[in-house]
Design a protein around this ligand. Structure first.
Ligand SMILES: Cc1cc2nc3c(=O)[nH]c(=O)nc-3n(C[C@H](O)[C@H](O)[C@H](O)COP(=O)(O)O)c2cc1C
Length: 226
C-alpha cells in the first residue's frame, strides 16, 4: 500500500499544515503502508493555458514537473492533500496543480483510489478549504475518507489535537484502501460521474478524441454508441 501526501505551504519545515500531513502519513505507516511526501512549492507547476491539447491527445505541451507529480499520484493507492487556508481557498501552486488535472477528471483516471485532506487556518475557514480539496478528490473519482482542520490562532493547543486526529485519519485511509470500510454512496456517485463525463465526451468525440478512446477502452462507453 502506497500513499502520497501533497503539501502546499511556502513555509517549509515551519509549516503548521505539514505537521498534519506528516501525522496522516504516520497513521498510514502505523497500518503498514508506505508513504511519500511531495512539496508542491519546491516543484515547477505551470499554469494551464486552456489549449485543450490534453483532451485531444492525452499529452500536455507544457514542460515542467506536472507529469512526474501525476505519475506519483497515479501509482499511489491513497492521496492526501494538505494546504493552509489562503483567502478561503488553497495557495496558488495547489490550484495550479488542480487546474492541470482536468484531463484526469474527464477520464476519471484516479478511480479506485482513496483520499483525504488537511488544512490549517489562522482564524477560520479550514472546513471550507477541506471541503474544497475533498471535492477535487471526489471529482477525480477518488473516494474521500475524511478531513482534519484547525485554526491555529484560535486555540494554542489546537494543532496538537489536530495532529492526533490526523494520525487517526491516516489509519482510516489505510483501512479504507484495504477494503475494510465501505462507501456505497460514493461508489454510486463515481458511477454517475463516469456516466456524465462519458456522455459529454461522446458529444465532443472529435475534439476530445483521446478521452473518447479511453472511455471505449475502459468499457465505459460501448462500441455501438460510436
Ligand atoms: C497569504 C495568506 C493568506 C491567508 N488567508 C487566511 C484566511 O483567509 N483565513 C485564515 O483564517 N487564515 C489565513 N491565513 C493564515 C494561514 O492559513 C495560517 O497561518 C496557516 O496555519 C498557515 O499554514 P502553514 O504554516 O502550513 O503555511 C493566511 C495566511 C497567508 C500567508
Amino acid at each position: 500500500m502506497k500513499v502520497i501526501g501533497l503539501i502546499a505551504s511556502p513555509r517549509g519545515e515551519k509549516s503548521n499544515t505539514l505537521r498534519l500531513v506528516d501525522a496522516v502519513l504516520a497513521g498510514v505507516n502505523d497500518e503498514g503502508g508506505k508513504t511519500e511526501l511531495v512539496d508542491i512549492y519546491s516543484r515547477d507547476i505551470k499554469y494551464c493555458t486552456g489549449c485543450l491539447t490534453c483532451y485531444a491527445t492525452g499529452d500536455c505541451p507544457l514542460i515542467d514537473d506536472f507529469p512526474d507529480i501525476f505519475d506519483r499520484m497515479a501509482y499511489a493507492d491513497g492521496i492526501v492533500f494538505g494546504a493552509p487556508n489562503y483567502i478561503n481557498s488553497v495557495p496558488a501552486p495547489m490550484k495550479a496543480l488542480f487546474d492541470r488535472l482536468s484531463d484526469a477528471i474527464h477520464c476519471q483516471t484516479l478511480t479506485g483510489k482513496f483520499g483525504c485532506s488537511v488544512c490549517t487556518a489562522g482564524g477560520s475557514g479550514e472546513s471550507e478549504v477541506i471541503g474544497y480539496m475533498n471535492n477535487v478528490l471526489a471529482t477525480l473519482g477518488v473516494t474521500v475518507v475524511g478531513g482534519v482542520g484547525t485554526a491555529v490562532g484560535r486555540d494554542a493547543s489546537a494543532l496538537g489535537k489536530a495532529e492526533e486526529d490526523s494520525r487517526e485519519l491516516g489509519k482510516r485511509l489505510a483501512r479504507s484502501i484495504r477494503g475494510e470500510i465501505a462507501y456505497p454512496e460514493q461508489d454510486e456517485a463515481h458511477r454517475q460521474r463516469r456516466e456524465y463525463f462519458g456522455q459529454m465526451i461522446k458529444n465532443h468525440r472529435e475534439s476530445f478524441a483521446h478521452q473518447y478512446d479511453w472511455y471505449v477502452g475502459m468499457g465505459w462507453l460501448k462500441e455501438e454508441e460510436e
